[in-house]
Design a binder for this molecule. Structure first.
Ligand code: DGT
Ligand code: CA
Ligand code: CA
Ligand code: ZN
Length: 562
């Protein structure tokens, strides 16, 4: 709806629909259940959902359709969702390409761009055409994989449903989801049951299953409504550990563990570890690793990136735990493009069990987010001071920190004056514009920002958007060197489409002795829950608690800032 309204040039409404969509995505409860319990009135309590949108939701839940939306689709028969996935292709461009060249989908777009028909159009040009072709290339490369943030909630949902079955004795996610890889091909689930047939039947008939690719005695594979596949395997109790080890992977990790078993005169398979015909391990994963002389290896480390060698030498890191984080320092509020007030974000942070939260709205040069100027930042600072004094009066140790997400301009300067940044507890500096600079220029730009004594954190350092936009060109080694020299903290942004830094870069940063912070970049209170995705990347990057500064108390945390 947001896209169609935008294509029609309607003001404000597209934004309202987008906010509502974000809000619905972030719900922990199914919107159908909310409606069943409380009707339209309950829908209206969802942040960002007003009367018109609530009515649309009701219409959809009742009829499976929204007439307004169907009308739009008839008027503009485009695969808009698909087309706007191409970086640089907005809704308005898509509409023009449809009207002038009849472009309806990605295939058409590729055809006209290759035929050089896009550049001559008014408002397009050579550069846009080139960007479109690049964007199309990118999409092809990423085909068929989903960001983990899109997968994990649904996978857990299915897991819960299966768990409710009496016939399910043990259950776990396996495969790349269990390893918390940033993108997932398909979801693997492993079950122990004495009645596999019953579990299989239940699985293929789950609400949301659209296609059954196959169903055998102990294995079934389905496509679900969200567009991805799920594999379910049922094993016997005595094989659960070895099957879990096998189906968690990754493949290369498995190949090495098998080789080690062979070198010890053993055979490792998904059924267990065998000495001749006798099974000596396999009921638990710990037992499997132990039998081949290894300590337990956390799933996030199982990528054959040195974890087996480290395990053999007993030098595996003690990676950060999912409960080690004490606060979130990248939070947007209604002051810029966030969905919730400071008070609401604070309340949600307290509910997460945090000791502190940092408010970091966008700054002025990012117009579309209503970024704050100096005056507004100072006013916000006052407000936060007042809120903090209330905590003190109530004898609460909870603390609100005040920062901002300041823009790094093309020349490396910041869009907020130093004398104002100085007054805040911290500043995150991020690149949000001019992302197609040459490597040398971009590196210089970031280096200059990190050298500013008011820049404490470098936000979402590589700028990539999963499946949408490549990282910008920069010399990461140089960035690490300057981060070290200037004491700049690198951010691990947990937003599922960012995961930036990712495990690969995190490990390099750790090895360079750089401290990091895991933030969510939340634009609404529910998104504080993204934290686990960032922690997962930190774990995949071999980070320990000491590497991540927001595992500390607020006093110690503040010492890391310049
Ligand atoms: P994905 O689904 O592409 O995100 O990645 P995975 O790792 O979940 O891969 P998937 O679903 O094809 O297989 C699940 C696990 O099963 C995989 O991590 C390791 C194991 N596996 C699959 N094929 C093989 C194989 O040919 N050899 C060995 N040793 N293990 C395999
Ligand atoms: Ca998989
Ligand atoms: Ca699979
Ligand atoms: Zn940002």
């Amino acid at each position: 709806m947001a896209r169609f309204l935008e294509a029609d040039g309607v003001a404000f409404k597209p934004y309202a629909y987008q906010r509502a969509a974000l809000s619905l995505e972030g719900l922990s409860e199914d919107v159908g259940d909310i409606y069943k319990k409380g009707g339209v009135k309950a829908l209206l309590e969802i942040p960002g959902v007003g009367k018109a949108i609530a009515d649309h939701i009701e219409e959809y839940l009742k009829t499976g359709k929204i007439k307004h939306y169907e009308d739009f689709k008839k008027k503009l028969p485009l695969k808009l969702d698909e087309l706007v996935r191409v970086e640089g292709m907005g809704v308005k461009k898509a509409k023009i390409l449809y009207q002038k060249l009849g472009v309806k989908n990605l295939k058409d777009l590729e055809k006209v761009a290759n035929a050089h028909k896009v550049a001559p159009l008014f408002g397009f040009g050579e550069k846009t055409e080139k960007n479109i072709l690049q964007g199309l290339e990118f999409l092809k490369r990423d085909k068929g994989r989903f960001p983990i943030g899109q997968i994990l909630p649904t996978a857990r949902n299915v897991l819960e449903k299966l768990k409710s079955l009496e016939e399910v004795d043990q259950i776990s996610l396996a495969g790349s989801v269990r390893r918390r890889k940033e993108t997932i091909g398909d979801v693997d689930i492993l079950v122990v049951s004495k009645n596999p047939a019953k579990v299989m039947d239940f699985f293929v008939k789950l609400d949301g299953v659209e296609k059954v690719w196959g169903k055998g005695g102990t294995k079934a594979s389905v496509r679900i409504r969200e567009g991805f596949d799920m594999d379910l395997r049922v094993v016997k109790k005595e094989s659960y550990g070895s099957a879990l080890q096998y189906f968690t992977g990754n493949k290369d990790h498995n190949i090495i563990t098998r080789k080690i078993a062979i070198s010890k005169g053993l055979k490792l398979s998904e059924y267990g570890i065998f000495k001749g015909k006798k099974q000596i391990a396999g009921e638990t994963e710990e037992g499997v690793y132990k039998a081949i002389g290894l300590p337990y290896i956390e799933p996030e480390l199982r990528e054959n990136e040195g974890e087996i060698e480290a395990g053999l030498k007993n030098e595996l890191p003690k990676i950060i735990g999912y409960k080690d984080i004490k606060g979130d320092l990248h939070c947007h509020t209604t002051a810029s493009d966030g969905e919730n007030s400071i008070e609401e974000m604070v309340k949600a942070a307290i509910n997460m069990g945090y000791e502190y939260v940092g408010i970091s709205d966008h700054t002025k040069s990012l117009g579309i987010t209503h970024g704050l100027n100096e005056k507004q930042l100072l006013a916000q600072n006052k407000k936060i001071e007042q809120l903090n004094s209330k905590f003190k009066i109530r004898n609460s140790k909870f603390r609100i920190l005040h920062g901002c997400e300041v823009n790094i301009m093309a020349d490396g300067s910041l869009d907020i004056k130093d004398e104002v940044l100085e007054k805040l507890d911290y500043a995150i500096a991020s690149v949000h514009s001019n992302m197609k600079m040459e490597k040398k220029e971009m590196t210089q730009r970031i280096v200059k920002a990190m050298q500013n004594k008011n820049v404490d954190i470098f936000g979402h350092p590589t700028g990539r958007l999963i499946g949408k936009r490549d990282e910008y060109q920069m010399d990461f080694d140089k960035i690490l060197e300057v981060a070290k020299k200037t004491g700049t903290i690198l951010e691990i942004d947990s937003a599922p489409e960012r995961l930036d830094l990712n495990g690969f870069y995190i490990r390099r940063a750790k090895e360079a002795g750089i401290k990091m912070i895991i933030n969510t970049d939340a634009h609404q209170k529910e998104q504080l829950n993204f934290m686990e995705y960032g922690i997962a990347q930190a774990r995949r990057g071999w980070s320990e608690k000491e590497d991540i500064i927001n595992t500390n108390s607020v006093e110690k945390l503040l010492k890391y800032f310049k």
